[in-house]
Design a protein around this ligand. Structure first.
Ligand SMILES: Nc1nc2c(c(=O)[nH]1)N[C@H]1C(S)=C(S)[C@@H](COP(=O)(O)OP(=O)(O)OC[C@H]3O[C@@H](n4cnc5c(=O)[nH]c(N)nc54)[C@H](O)[C@@H]3O)O[C@H]1N2
Ligand SMILES: Nc1nc2c(c(=O)[nH]1)N[C@H]1C(S)=C(S)[C@@H](COP(=O)(O)OP(=O)(O)OC[C@H]3O[C@@H](n4cnc5c(=O)[nH]c(N)nc54)[C@H](O)[C@@H]3O)O[C@H]1N2
Ligand SMILES: [Mo]
Length: 769
């Protein structure tokens, strides 16, 4: 391992080199090169990486290093079949790393767990479907089953899945978004009447300022760097608030710009960088508003204005209560919680005020705290005071994660569906869907743990590794009567089977999906509410793999009957028929089949962008709260006088959520290692720690459960004092399952109270062979 500071820009030759290396490692080089050229092209497939949007420039290769990794990883020629499982017991597999499990290749045959031998064994598709039906139909109550979705599932697969589960009788739809942007959906829906962002990609070409809160686009949304760099070039101010220094937020060399590449040039991606404490963004924004409010009052005294009074008057509700809250918040509290000085906050406010049009973006650094909904509503308040919602070049832009996480929600993956949606389902399909709200991720895992839920079905994803409290969640999964995973790659969840378990291998985004009516397309929705078609190019006919849609329909047909409530086979034969049903149920999808191949897709629309507010008051709501007393309400636990740190868990450059592509985190200068903890150099000094020292980390919580991780290497980094960072999923063992966001119930992955001490454990050795 080495910690020499990474001297390059984000992107550039480093990205090209890494792309090439991953291409070569995939053992499918020529095919994958062709694949890459088809990513995000019209008539190609949607990148299975992130949910950043595209403008649709013909002839432009629209992939990035991390999109390339995702494509290569899926299109490997290695296979995991029943022979593989005969060689390896499940207990042995569970001792292997996340990297090793997925690196074994594509799941290529349905298998069933045999608890007596501790091996997965081959099973026919029909037997698998019958087995699931038998379990589901034997439950006392449909609410004893959990239907998990991960955000790569297509609109068509997700729509059929929710139709099946609702007809079966439950709203138990735990979804990866419960761990991701749930606070956004909750916060925005209350404030502006729609749980999605209001910007379009074109707005980034017009914004005078872009404020980025708690996100790392260099790794997680690399195509966004191009957008930021070009905004920078035309003079926009780009302001980052990030708990640590991220290279991708400093400068970018565009691999698609020959001049920049050849001259070793680069473009900055931000003009200003602030490093708040974990969970300190709400305080920072409160401080900005405090500065601007004082100026507004001064201006009003001389007959002018700073806030957009006509907009506020016509479109908003709640300003008086909010401003009273701002007045009641002291600078001392703001500085202490944000970790920023009044002067720094004033500097940010200056930039904000000078811009006519402002976009505010955010991701997991904002959504994974206890007070995330409140923080998002604070961001909304700032934007509303200046009329920055529903204006060109301005707005609210939550940057989504999984490539179709937003679409899955749109088509009904929601444990708390609206009455309007359920009414429509009832009208179109002629059955009474359950009205009782179902389980999100935390409630589902608690129910499994208590034994109240007995069947778990996962449409993609890797819940055991993605959820907090890893060992408790794994044992909850093992307690289930049946677990079913519809997946492309072997992962931690599969090797923690229930008493009975199935792995059902499915096609991925890059594969040709051949059905009775010919090759099929699926559709996805990006962060900008654009829906577009996607068709894979890799021939998988030699494998015993089915599409997600065929698998969901197969389970539904066996459980409910061939025509209950739809002709499942007919829908599988031709996905146009599924889209016709989506069109009937979901607003915005009129002429779905005709429009899905429009260049760049079609826009679903956004009421708040039109300044129509579907809220309780019919106006945009300024919701106000005092700042939280503490980011983590501190435990009574004894700490022996040790200093309590807050720890965030984040992604390295070589991973896609729980999928670990490799052990490097190039932009943070970590190589060949994942068990590391980033520490502020002054904190290191105070604790007597040196670079490379091993530490044990223990989390503090209200219960008596011991949560530790051992032998993590100390890496110095520019990070707010008192804060630490480690990688997800290695550090998930520290996060208590019942530490979650107010009203969002999102695990607090970015704020865990911990103590650290020098370790007496040996480091974990990893092999990447
Ligand atoms: N290559 C790749 N792409 C991905 C993913 C992936 O794993 N790999 N995952 C996808 C998914 S599902 C998602 S949700 C997105 C995630 O995209 P991000 O939200 O960018 O992901 P994280 O790695 O969790 O990064 C959080 C960032 O927020 C900062 N941060 C943490 N806490 C705070 C805080 O309290 N305040 C502030 N201001 N900053 C904070 C961290 O320092 C870090 O830079 O990416 C998507 N795209
Ligand atoms: N501590 C901590 N925990 C976190 C986070 C964090 O920042 N910190 N982030 C959270 C976030 S933002 C998210 S979104 C969740 C992610 O949680 P999940 O979505 O559950 O996890 P992934 O790692 O994306 O799932 C990877 C698995 O999906 C399967 N897969 C891949 N492609 C396909 C496909 O096309 N179809 C099907 N059916 N299966 C496929 C493969 O088998 C692969 O192993 O994790 C959350 N957990
Ligand atoms: Mo996510």
């Amino acid at each position: 391992m080495s910690y020499k500071e990474y001297s390059g820009s984000a992107g550039g030759w480093g990205a090209l080199k890494a792309t090439t290396e991953h291409l070569l490692k995939s053992e499918n080089v020529a095919k994958n090169l062709m694949n890459l050229l088809r990513t995000n092209q019209d008539h190609g497939f949607d990148c299975p990486g992130c949910a950043w949007g595209e403008k649709g420039v013909p002839g432009h290769f629209r992939f990035c290093e991390n999109g390339a990794k995702a494509v290569n990883w899926e299109a490997t020629s290695k296979r995991v079949d029943s022979k593989f499982f005969a060689e390896h017991s499940v207990s042995w597999l569970n001792k292997q790393s996340d990297y090793w499990l997925e690196f074994q290749g594509r799941l290529s045959e349905p298998v069933c767990y045999n608890a007596a031998t501790d091996h997965y064994e081959a099973i026919s598709w029909d037997d698998a479907f019958a087995f699931i039906a038998q379990h589901l139909n034997a439950l006392d109550n449909p609410d004893q089953a959990e239907f998990y979705t991960s955000g790569r599932a297509s609109n068509e697969a997700a729509f059929l899945y929710q139709l099946f589960a609702r007809r079966y009788g439950t709203n138990n739809f735990p979804d990866c978004s419960n761990m991701c942007h749930e606070a956004t959906s909750v916060g925005l829906a209350e404030a502006i009447g729609v749980g999605k962002g209001t910007t379009r990609i074109e707005d980034f070409e017009k914004a005078d300022a872009i404020f980025l809160f708690g996100q790392n686009p260099g790794t997680n949304h690399p195509r966004m760097l191009e957008t930021l760099a070009s905004a920078y070039k035309r003079g926009a101010r780009i302001v980052a608030f990030n708990n640590l220094k991220e290279r991708g937020l400093e400068r970018f060399t565009n691999p698609q710009d020959p001049l920049e590449m050849l001259s070793n040039g680069y473009t900055p991606t931000t003009s200003d960088y602030f490093i708040p404490k974990l969970g300190g963004d709400m305080a920072a924004v409160r401080g900005m508003v405090k500065v601007l409010l004082a100026r507004h009052r001064d201006a009003v005294a001389s007959g002018n204005t700073v806030f957009d009074l006509p907009f506020i008057e016509q479109h908003t509700q709640g300003i008086d209560a909010y401003l009273a809250q701002v007045d009641a918040t002291s600078w001392q509290q703001i500085e202490q919680q944000s970790g920023l000085s009044q002067q720094q906050i004033t500097q940010a406010a200056d930039i904000y005020q000078a811009a006519d049009s402002v976009i505010v973006t955010w991701a997991m650094g904002v959504t994974q705290h206890k007070h995330s909904v409140q923080t998002i509503q604070e961001l909304v308040n700032l934007q509303l005071l200046f009329g920055q919602v529903g204006k060109e070049g301005a707005g609210l832009c939550p940057v989504r994660g999984h490539s179709n996480v937003q679409g899955d929600r749109t088509v009904g993956i929601n444990e708390k569906p609206t009455a309007a949606f359920l009414d429509k389902m009832e009208q179109v399909f002629g059955f009474a869907p359950p009205r009782k709200p179902g389980h999100g991720v935390v409630a589902a895992l608690e129910a499994l743990r208590r034994g109240d839920s007995k069947v778990f079905i996962g449409l993609g994803g890797n819940l055991v590794a993605a959820a907090p409290d890893t060992s408790r969640v794994a044992s909850a999964m093992r307690g289930a009567a049946l677990t079913v995973n519809i997946a492309t790659k072997l992962n931690r969840t599969h090797v923690n089977p229930g008493q009975n378990a199935l792995i059902l291998p499915c096609l991925g985004r890059t594969d040709i999906d051949l059905q009775a009516a010919g090759p099929q397309q699926i559709t996805v929705e990006d962060s900008f509410s654009m829906v577009h078609g996607s068709a894979g190019k890799v021939d998988m006919r030699d494998e015993d793999i089915r599409s997600e849609i065929a698998i969901v329909a197969g389970i539904a047909k066996a459980t409910l009957g061939e025509h209950t409530p739809v002709d499942w086979q007919a829908l599988t034969d031709n996905y146009d028929r599924i889209r016709d049903l989506i069109e009937q149920v979901i607003p915005g999808f009129s002429q779905f089949n005709q429009r899905l191949n429009a260049p760049g897709g079609f826009y679903l629309g956004n009421s708040a962008r039109e300044r129509q507010w579907h809220t309780v008051s019919g106006k945009a709501q300024m919701l106000s709260y005092p700042l939280p007393d503490a980011i983590v309400p501190l435990p009574k636990a004894k700490t022996n006088g040790q200093q309590i740190f807050l720890l965030q868990t984040m992604r390295s450059h070589d991973q896609y959520n729980t999928t670990i592509y490799g052990y490097d985190d190039r932009y943070r200068s970590v190589f060949g290692e994942r068990n590391v903890v980033f520490v502020n150099p002054q904190d290191m000094q105070q604790l007597g720690l040196n670079t490379g020292d091993l530490v044990d980390i223990t989390s503090l919580w209200h219960d008596d459960i011991a949560r530790h991780i051992y032998a993590f290497k100390v890496v110095p980094h520019e990070i707010a004092r008192g804060n630490l960072a480690a990688y997800f999923p290695e550090a998930n063992a520290l996060i208590p399952l019942d530490s979650f966001g107010d009203r969002s119930e999102t695990p607090t992955s970015k704020s865990v109270a911990v103590v650290i001490q020098k370790s007496c454990h040996a480091p974990l050795l990893v092999s990447t062979d």
